[in-house]
Design a protein around this ligand. Sequence first.
Ligand code: GTP
Length: 597
Amino acid sequence: TELKNIRNFSIVAHIDHGKSTLADRLIQLTGTVAERDMKQQLLDAMDIERERGITIKANSVRIEYPAKDGQTYILNLIDTPGHVDFAYEVSRSMQAVEGSLLVVDATQGVEAQTLANVYQAIDADHEIVPVLNKIDLPAAEPERVKEQIEDVIGIDASEAVEISAKTGLGIPDVLEAIVHRLPAPTGDAAAPLKAMLVDSWYDPYLGVVVMIRVIDGVVKKGDQIKMMQTGATYKIDKLSVLKPQMVDIAELGPGEIGVFTASIKQVRDTKVGDTITHEKKPCDKPLPGFKPSIPVVFCGLFPVDANDFDDLRDAIEKLQLNDASFSSEMETSAALGFGFRCGFLGLLHLEVIRDRLEREYDLDLITTAPSVVYHIHMKDGTMQELHNPADMPDLTYVDHIEEPRIKATILVPDEYLGDVLKLCQDRRGIQLDLTYAGPRAMVVYDLPLNEVVFDFYDRLKSVTKGYASFDYQFTEYREDNLVKMQILVNDEPVDALSMMVHRDRAEQRGRAMCEKLKELIPRHMFKIPIQAAIGGKVIARETLSALRKDVTAKCYGGDATRKKKLLEKQKAGKKKMRQFGKVEIPQEAFISALKMD
Ligand code: GTP
């Protein structure tokens, strides 16, 4: 295909503004999928996705579009992940295309992820076409939202395309805008092969599928290729384009996007952003390198039942086949036994994985407090990364501790602004900016990531009744007065409840933890002290009084079956408990104790 007849683009939007619906419409209108197959096709894809637990990139698609100018264009849409935890992946896939459709819900206006995603498109030098969606709804205010796009984002919205992805209204205008307002790619077919690795995923039948964007040269089936960053070489077994199902193609030239398989075993072997070239006739310079996306939030995952350890290990390995950003390392805890210390891109990523382990693999898990990675600067000038508060080195050797800080952007209706400011202030935030975007306030805060990983989303949602939108970026590591707080139950430290806290917040948090645990731990036959301590010093204390009554006493009088039932019920309840010295702590205590009120 000639370069002038190719357009490569992505769709950027806040969650629920209609990105998937629009992608489906574009596919449908261009007959990429026959009308009657449409519904079935997409449903099938979802079923397979569910069954196999894999991601089908249904929204990355090659569309053939006969435009009004009489020429046929190849339009390549690349899907980008929508959530804040994956912002880094978004920035990488944006490098593979020349333009973006900026979809904004005309009833909602600009939201936090609209901003975060559009800034990435601007950083990638994209041409941007604003698209106002959901204009079929009576609440749509296209004029107001256009103004808002101009005020807040600073791009011209006078020629925004007004559409309803639901009814199909305006979709032809979107296609014409892609052809006439987005630039064609550039490249040299005669030059040595240079292609960018855009994305990759694991397919149980095909192995690893790699998506590429060709910059220069031509790639064919059977070619011997080299990944310049990893140095590995492969032979291309299958070369296809996504329509959205895989359709084989003989070759891909400059500006084109497609996928290949090459007997690659794991997603880990494919580095997004890597340069792919021919082994024999390589290009002279690779594309500018990308930083690998590194886990920023860590927590321990332990099976409730120690016998499930092998199952947990297998399940983690399976999930990692398709998710190179989820890391794990075996961990032993004095209290919880054998488990894994796992790393995630963010809290949502953590929740998604934990949820899948519990539901798809039927595992009962204990999750320890999520922790960020601290930089521990030692007196001898070395620096250690601390992934687990339990590994905190002896303080006499520590010079200072640094924690990761983020820049958080929150958009919220005016009436909830006060509560949001208070929440950020309570979490050691420093206000950087406060402006208005129409009827909504936009606040920008410098916050410690640590304070966000606990329950910030939940709190934000509840104080704003779900009307706030939130996004963040990592900024830097900064020194602060941080300490490790231990929790002792019946004088035994429970390592899984240890956490790093700011010294000024330690008493408050320690007290809250002790009070929570007092409610969560059932009473025993003896008195149980629950304490929070820093170093050897106790900073908070509660006492759980002893249980005196025999639980079976009230059954006294001979009803043996009733008595047996009661004991069985107790035994079943025990499965969800962990033994700490002489004390049993219920599983949910580990999560609930961390939620602050
Ligand atoms: P995620 O995939 O969750 O990121 O969301 P998305 O941005 O892809 O949004 P999606 O396409 O799933 O649409 C969100 C909701 O809005 C769905 O319930 C759609 O049916 C609805 N929707 C999308 N476009 C329109 C539209 O033009 N009009 C109306 N009334 N509803 C729409």
